[in-house]
Design a binder for this molecule. Structure first.
Ligand SMILES: [Zn+2]
Length: 303
């Protein structure tokens, strides 16, 4: 087997990595994502590949993870990166590079890669939830990815708030319009971005300084009452929504990724909160933190 090229494509940057057949990383490189210029976008990818092909004298295989989907007829849907939305990226790259190209949703790539880690091999089902720029999910059943009939399954970020959201988030919570055309999508409330946005909206009086999710979690541990109130509401909403997923899927393991997955309060408090919201008698899944490093802004598909 030769070298494998992996691309993790986000809304702001493209990460390129080369692996040998033992899955050891040989080389990594980054470039800003050309969001509005398809020709330039293709050029960035092909240049990385050609350069390493020449350097190693091996024609590597190519896999791409991006925040979108491939339709059954091969079209790429990705509103987060306008220049590739509606394109035939896979076919165009295959023509230019003379080899098969694999493209998959990044949340699915995350789920599959985590499920292949030593401690999770053999798990009957692994649900990966990304708390990053967006709120996304991937599901692996008996070692195989379940992406749905059209590759558009597990779009948890575009399911909507439960009826008791007002009680959980406070009476003054904003009902956010989503780019998918609907209102109240979980993406705006359960993502790391949503966690920070809601805090800033409700508790930040200095409009010139946006308080990041990381800073809010620090304030939570320092005992700031607003950060504690905000986090309590967030975790309660997260538990309510996850209890719905558990009722549908009953996964053996739930693994978290994305920037906010580093927040230990999630692992400390979620099992008890979930117990409160879950159907009587069902044992909770095992909660795990991501093991593999993924791009900070690796995120749910956006519309
Ligand atoms: Zn939506």
């Amino acid at each position: 087997m030769g070298n494998m090229y992996g691309f993790d494509i986000g809304g702001t940057k493209i990460e390129f990595a080369v692996f040998n057949d033992k899955l050891e990383a040989l080389y990594t490189q980054r470039a800003p994502t050309p969001r509005d210029d398809y020709t330039q976008f293709i050029q960035v990818l092909t240049e990385f590949i050609h350069t390493y092909d020449v350097k190693s004298n091996i024609t590597g295989t190519v896999g791409i993870g991006l925040p979108g989907q491939q339709t059954p007829d091969g079209m790429t849907r990705c509103n987060n990166i306008p220049c590739i939305d509606g394109s035939y990226l896979q076919a165009d790259l295959e023509k230019l590079l003379g080899r098969p190209i694999k493209i998959a949703n990044d949340a699915n790539c995350f789920a599959l890669s985590e499920a292949c880690e030593k401690n999770l091999i053999g798990a009957s089902s692994v649900l990966a939830l990304i708390l990053g720029t967006g709120f996304g999910a991937g599901l692996v059943i008996n070692g195989r990815l379940y992406a749905g009939h059209n590759g558009a399954g597990l779009e948890v970020g575009h399911t909507r708030l439960p009826w008791d959201a007002q009680e959980l988030l406070g009476n003054d919570f904003p009902l956010v319009s989503c780019r998918c055309g609907r209102v109240g999508c979980l993406d705006h409330y359960l993502s790391g971005r949503g966690y920070a946005d809601l805090y800033n909206q409700n508790h930040n009086t200095c409009q010139n300084h946006y308080i990041s999710a990381e800073e809010i979690t620090t304030r939570y541990y320092q005992g700031e009452p607003e950060a504690i109130l905000h986090t309590n509401r967030y975790l309660e909403l997260l538990a309510t929504c996850i209890s719905g997923f558990v009722s549908i899927l009953d996964p053996e393991v739930i693994i978290f990724g994305g920037g906010l997955s580093n927040f230990n309060a999630i692992y400390d408090r979620l099992p008890a909160l979930l117990d409160k919201h879950a159907l009587n008698g069902s044992p909770p899944p095992l909660f795990e933190k991501l093991r593999l490093v993924i791009q900070e802004e690796s995120e749910a598909p956006h519309y």
